[in-house]
Ligand binder design. Sequence first.
Ligand code: XMP
Length: 525
Amino acid sequence: LVLILDYGSQYTHLITRRIRSLSVFSLCISGTSPLKSITDLNPRVVILSGGPHSVHTLDSPSFPAGFTEWAEANGVFVLGVCYGLQLIVQRLGGVVKVGEKQEYGRMEIEVERNSGIFGSKKIGDKQVVWMSHGDEVAKLPEGFEVVARSQQGSVAAIESPVRRFYGLQYHPEVTHSPEGMETLRYFLFDICQVSAGWSMENVLDEEIKVIKSTVGTEDHVICALSGGVDSTVAATLVHKAIGGRLHCIFVDNGLLRFKERERVMETFEKDLHLPVTCVDATEQFLSKLKGVVDPETKRKIIGKEFICIFDAFAHDLEKKLGKRPTYLVQGTLYPDVIESCPPPGSGRTHSHTIKSHHNVGGLPKDMKLKLIEPLKLLFKDEVRELGRILDVPQGFLKRHPFPGPGLAVRVLGDVTQGNALDILRQVDEIFIQSIKDAGLYDTIWQAFAVFLPVRSVGVQGDQRTHSHVVALRAVTSQDGMTADWYYFEHKFLDDVSRKICNSVRGVNRIVQDITSKPPSTIEWE
Ligand code: XMP
């Protein structure tokens, strides 16, 4: 295991991912975790991440007392990156001073040929790296050497092979440090002698074993399928482990996209053979949403209705099986786990503070179900890979994210106004199909239409119309936290706009959303 101690750098998760891409299992925990949390994981390598702090400020985060002694006594290798390097220097008895010149962005560094960390033959004497630091090393701790300097003469890398401590004053994990990946690879395999064995096939075998031993041979498990990738992969995995003792529910809340219920049910039943109960709760949801315009109130109503339906499902099962289901499967991913407890001072906040996102089928308080979260150590692309091994169809795995409250947050205002939902479904379908036909679907993070609660004047077939305006939104993003609007070619937009106005009755104007996130959010509500 390679353990990353997070001090709040925006690149910390990238380190975790880069290491996993070398087929080495890595985990990231808060940099201020107690010593026991670190030693219990028994890592062979610990990487101290970068961060926005200065070691000089009061309360700047650091590793726990006893960490260096434990590492040295147990043959653990430690690599500090940026702030992590400065922590090593300061805590092991060296001096870090406020730099005279700050170094941000692309920098050239010169490396010592005979150093340990730069031992790879594939690495040149001069390297371009990505730096981001204000403080610099003034005096090294005992047993350390400088093994690279920047053009400006500041310390760019240090090491003490005897003590097994290494430090890089730049970010090897970013693509702007072209030789960073080779440096990490060499460090892990040649210096630390870790072995590569982490693969999705292994994860699958391990997870199946864990689920089987957790659930045993008697207990039953329930799962709410949202139609999204995460819950589908989680359910498929659990189904492989325990078969018919998994019971899934899919709720049509009347807020789904064009033919979505039919499409996802076909995948669940025909491709994945999942045992799914489909509940049509359109009336139940829409009657509760009638007249509601506030987005957060809509979300709360939808969340509450889901829980009622889910609760009823569990009670029905209890009657049928003669015993309560014991476990609930959730498709929680690793970023959800990390982001729900950001390290102190990281400046990272979770989008929960902006919109109360909820997972479909949130946990009813009195159900006392125990959680099974088989994806909670995985990133989205790893979940897709796992899905591929589990034979979840590619088209399904690549689907754009869709919010739990569905079209309710894409019809601005009252979702039951006129035939807004119907219009929105038709427009959305044309837009998405056009994107697919143009081969753009996989390069776009998310695309959808938004129904605006305004009418505009138009002229169609020599008649004056007073019809609806619909907005098109398409964004690129890495993780949905920030996003940029997608630059379609004019011809594409022209074709889509024409197609929509010609085939969707009640629409006479199309606009495109050209804002990034921030300042906007991806969804309009
Ligand atoms: P925003 O609009 O906050 O969206 O920029 C970021 C990502 O989250 C999705 N989203 C939601 N997902 N329940 C969800 O399950 C919600 O209430 C919700 N609101 C937004 C959004 O589609 C995008 O992928």
